[in-house]
Ligand binder design. Structure first.
Ligand SMILES: O=C(CO)[C@H](O)[C@H](O)COP(=O)(O)O
Ligand SMILES: [Fe+2]
Length: 217
């Protein structure tokens, strides 16, 4: 059964605490927080103040997805704000190894992220040091996009490397996830599913979390 990480990008910001408590009680394991800087991706979302504000109201694992150019500049700030996992895009820095080291040095779980156009080979040298790999299943930047089925091959490739090298990391998918697209990704080896619009655009977000779990029993 896949672990579910609702993305607050699609939550009701005015009633954020209500939405977070709802998905927490509804069986989610993580809370996905998308940081967009207006440079690495066109949109702006929110900064470390949001992570700091959310930290005391939930025990959910705070899964911070940094869509930020040169993420090294903000890793310590997000760690101090209370992130449990910090994800950095390999496309956003020439120093991915250093960025992951910085995350680990703060005692936070380290995640490397790849865009749909980036091959798994780009991150094989750092797989030994990560707790989670995020395979983007849409191009990052917006919620509500369509799942790219071509990305499933990369999940399978990553899972093969994980097994053959005896590595231990979660494989997360993000973008266009619903109870149908999650199935092939789960079969290929995904262990964590981010879902924004699928969960929060429904009148009953808890039923959507359960549907993702039911689809991956
Ligand atoms: O990183 C992201 C977009 O870049 C997101 O996590 C986004 O919230 C996913 O949204 P959806 O589930 O609606 O596709
Ligand atoms: Fe995300």
């Amino acid at each position: 059964m896949i672990k579910v990480a609702p993305s607050i990008l699609s939550a009701d910001y005015v009633n954020l605490q209500r939405d977070i408590e709802m998905v927490d009680k509804g069986g989610a394991e993580l809370l996905h927080i998308d940081i967009m800087d207006g440079a690495f991706v066109p949109a702006l979302s929110y900064g470390p103040g949001w992570v700091k504000a959310i930290r005391p109201i939930t025990d959910l694992t705070l899964d911070v997805h940094m869509m930020v150019q040169s993420p090294e500049r903000y890793i310590d700030t997000f760690a101090d704000a209370g992130a449990d996992i910090i994800g950095v895009h390999t496309e956003a820095t020439p120093h991915i190894h250093r960025a992951l080291q910085m995350i680990k040095n703060k005692g936070v779980k380290a995640e490397v992220v790849i865009n749909p156009g980036t091959p798994v080979a780009a991150i094989t040298p750092v797989l030994y040091m990560v707790d989670q790999v995020l395979v983007m299943t849409v191009n990052p930047g917006f919620g509500g996009q369509k799942f790219l089925p071509e990305t499933v091959k990369k999940i399978a490739e990553l899972n093969e490397i994980k097994k053959s090298q005896g590595l231990d990391f979660d494989i997360e998918i993000d973008g266009g996830v619903n109870d149908s697209t999650v199935v092939a990704a789960y079969q290929a080896g995904a262990t964590v599913a981010v879902a924004g619009s699928y969960v929060f655009d429904d009148a009953d977000p808890v039923s959507r979390i359960q549907a993702l779990k039911d689809a991956t029993k």
